[in-house]
Design a protein around this ligand. Structure first.
Ligand code: PLP
Length: 401
């Protein structure tokens, strides 16, 4: 076969997906691996949402729908933005796509021209730099500090912005740190952005409802209404409603940008599944009890894994206030050797050791732009988390200096 297009060289395969595949392979070979790599809660999609999909099929809602999304779902998205976030959008200012991920990808494709820069705070979701590069842009990474809760400060943002900046990526609650920007922190960043009128904000709010400890959620366009005309606010049903497989994401933003996304969608996917869209209408409009109940369960799981990690000599983690992950510092295990003679000189070595010799899968911090760390999901049952914690503790105890 002739070589693949060179544009593929600007992409790497998602490290968490590589790890998930690896776990599947090892499990298929009979190995017992506990997975802390999941980017999704282990809960099922609530029944009333599944029933809405069944009803849509029964009503033959099985044909091509409008490229931008069904009117019913876009209206539900408009109402959601108004009720939850105080944001007003018209029908031509919202779009529905195949997950928040597709909307992010299309937004970057629609906005970035060759040489444009996109400012991304590290640690970041692994896909952002790859997507920026794929679109022909240059990621500009801002290293955040642990003492600031891994949140970008206005001064750090100011230093990163320049004449070539086109995009600021925002993600709160953050994957992988669980950091949550409050309204004042967003207002501080907005103050800086006012001096850079050409910068467009891409706000990835997918973890909006996975927020703990009584914290409230804020998003930039709400905190700084004057920046709404240059902000695209992206969200979806994947995480809050345990609907990752249904592939529904949505966004609100300026009409010309949304028209650009619709254009891309019209020549790529023709829009996402009409059946999933019917289910998403129910997710947004129907009973929301599961959201609070499940968030409380996740907070308890977070506390359990956090306490276990903090008790392990050589590992440490701070309490994440949102999302699904602990970002664990593992500097204390560097420079050690495993029972099978593996040298642990980086977080990637440590993650490799854990899956190969300790039977627990995590993702190395290198994938998220800040080492030496591990990302460990607390999406599993308490029994699974206890098993994982035991293996982590045993694995670390067996390392020799
Ligand atoms: N944004 C972030 C920060 C994520 O962590 C994820 C999934 O892990 C997504 C977007 C993708 O969401 P969706 O499943 O709706 O495409």
């Amino acid at each position: 076969m002739s070589p693949l297009a060179s544009r593929l060289e600007r992409f790497s395969t998602s490290p968490s997906q590589i790890m998930t595949l690896r776990v599947r392979e090892l499990q298929a070979a009979g190995r017992d691996i506990v997975k802390l790599t999941q980017g999704e809660p282990d809960f099922p999609t609530p029944d009333h949402i599944k029933q809405a999909a069944v009803a849509a099929m029964a009503a033959d809602e099985t044909k091509y729908g409008p490229v931008a999304g069904t009117v019913a779902l876009r209206q539900a998205v408009i109402d959601k933005f108004k009720t939850d976030n105080g944001l007003d959008y018209a029908m031509n200012e919202v779009i529905v796509g195949a997950g928040a991920k597709q909307i992010l990808f299309d937004a970057l494709m629609a906005l970035i021209s060759h040489g444009d820069e996109a400012v991304i705070a590290a640690p970041y979701w692994t896909s952002y730099p790859d997507m920026v590069q794929f679109a022909g842009g240059t990621p500009v990474i801002v290293d955040t500090e642990l003492q600031n809760g891994h949140k970008m400060t206005p001064a750090e943002l100011d230093r990163a912005l320049g004449p070539n900046t086109k995009i600021l990526m925002m993600n709160s609650p953050c994957n992988p740190t669980g950091a949550v920007y409050d309204a004042d922190e967003l207002a501080g960043l907005a103050e800086v952005l006012r001096r850079y009128p050409n910068v467009i904000v891409v706000s990835d709010d997918i973890y909006e409802h996975l927020i703990f400890d009584g914290r409230s959620f804020s998003t930039l366009a709400q905190v700084a209404p004057d920046l709404k005309e240059r902000t695209i606010t992206i969200n979806g049903v994947s995480k809050a409603h345990a609907m990752t497989g249904w592939r529904i994401g949505f966004a609100g933003g300026p009409a010309p940008l949304i028209a650009g996304l619709v254009k891309i969608q019209s020549q790529s996917t023709s829009g996402t599944s009409t059946i999933s869209q019917a289910a998403a209408v129910e997710a947004l409009r129907g009973n929301q009890d599961h959201v609070g109940e499940r968030t409380a369960i996740l907070a308890a799981r977070r506390d359990r894994l956090l306490a276990a990690v903090q008790a392990i000599d050589g590992l440490d983690a701070t309490r994440p206030h949102g999302a699904l992950y602990l970002y664990c510092r593992c500097e204390g295990v560097l420079g050690t050797t495993s029972p099978e003679g593996r040298r642990i000189n980086s977080d990637a070595d440590f993650a490799e050791y854990l899956i190969e010799e300790a039977g627990v899968a995590v993702v190395a911090g290198a994938a998220y732009g800040l080492s030496p760390y591990l990302r460990a999901s607390f999406t599993m049952s308490e029994a699974e988390l206890d098993k994982a914690a035991e293996r982590l503790a045993d694995g670390v105890a067996k390392l020799r200096r």
